[in-house]
Design a protein around this ligand. Structure first.
Ligand code: C5P
Length: 309
């Protein structure tokens, strides 16, 4: 029932705790605009150890109550974890019990401990949503198939399906096609949140796609994804088309990239639609040292490593 990206810490009949990890886009190519308004991507998503934590406890009469340690986050229907709960209730409440939707509505108290910055291009909200689908399905005893989870996840957001599988994956389409990659390296990252968020919709709207842009696959297929960290490899591989849409309005992102490289990163890149920037370091010690230095300028700065499951 649980995807490998969601580690079950404790499982009791009355409480389920899951970790919802962040992602980095090690490469992100935007191939073109689709008729449905979304963009086709070609991206390598990589799960990391920076995680939110969610706890699910049963409530009666279909009530969904979310509490969160971050007072800035909405705890109403605008929160993706609540949206996931409502979607599950709508989709499976009546089906499971064979009656109308009102006949049987399970509820839940969700406690969200937020560690992943919001609006940061790290997929925090999407990861929370995927964990909510998985945790609540378990809590409520719903037997969902893989494709059912996938369709619900995509309804919640383009990045959500990736978090059902986690690890490292080649993600295409608007985010719905996920091909797990056999990524053997454990990478060491410093992730810097510059102190402001970027709207994903704004970043895509701001992007001018060259008419010559074609599928990026042929470029990337030349990379042996099992190779160890090496400066030349990373500097050629790391790329994010959305940087050119975001950095002109937020030059701090470029400054952070430069500081990461000056601090010993093998390469540095904006993740997703920003605002976070990550640097890849040769080992954990170098990354931890750089994180502690950079924290003096950017307090929201983390060491993280690859998370396979
Ligand atoms: O799917 P999600 O709600 O996370 O996307 C937020 C916004 O980002 C979309 O409304 C769309 O403007 C943009 N987007 C896009 N192409 C994608 C993913 C997101 O244009 N593949």
């Amino acid at each position: 029932m649980f995807g490998p990206e969601c580690c079950i810490i404790i499982f009791m009949s009355s409480s389920i705790k899951l970790k919802a990890c962040a992602k980095l886009n090690l490469r992100l190519e935007v191939l073109g605009k689709r008729p449905d308004g979304y963009h086709d991507l070609w991206s390598v998503f990589h799960l990391v150890t920076l995680c939110d934590e969610l706890e699910f406890q049963p409530l009666e009469n279909g009530r969904i109550v979310l509490s969160c340690n971050d007072g800035h986050l909405p705890v109403n229907e605008k929160n993706l974890a609540v949206k996931a709960a409502r979607l599950l209730q709508r989709s499976f409440g009546s089906k499971e019990k064979g009656g109308s939707q009102d006949d049987w509505l399970p509820g839940a108290k969700i406690t969200l401990t937020k560690n992943i910055p919001v609006g940061a291009g790290l997929g925090g909200g999407s990861s929370d949503a995927a964990a909510a689908l998985q945790g609540l399905a378990e809590l409520w005893g719903l037997e969902l198939s893989g494709p059912e989870f996938h369709d619900l996840a995509l309804e919640l957001g383009s990045d959500v399906p990736f978090f059902l599988t986690g690890g490292t994956a080649l993600v295409t389409g608007r985010g719905e096609n996920i091909k797990p990659l056999d990524w053997k390296q454990t990478c060491h990252f410093v992730i810097v949140y510059p102190g402001f968020g970027v709207s994903t919709a704004w970043a895509y709207k701001n992007l001018k796609i060259p008419l010559t842009k074609g599928p990026g696959f042929s470029k990337i297929i030349n990379y042996d994804l099992s190779l160890g960290p090496d400066h030349g490899w990373w500097s050629g591989f790391l790329h994010n088309d959305l940087e050119k849409a975001v950095i002109p309005s937020h030059p701090q992102i470029d400054q952070i990239k430069q500081r990461l490289v000056q601090s010993g990163a093998l390469g540095a890149l904006m993740s997703g639609s920003g605002s976070s920037v990550f640097g890849i370091f040769p080992n954990a010690e170098a990354a931890r040292q750089a994180a502690s230095d950079l924290k003096k300028t950017w307090p929201c700065c983390f060491y993280a490593s690859s998370r396979k499951s």
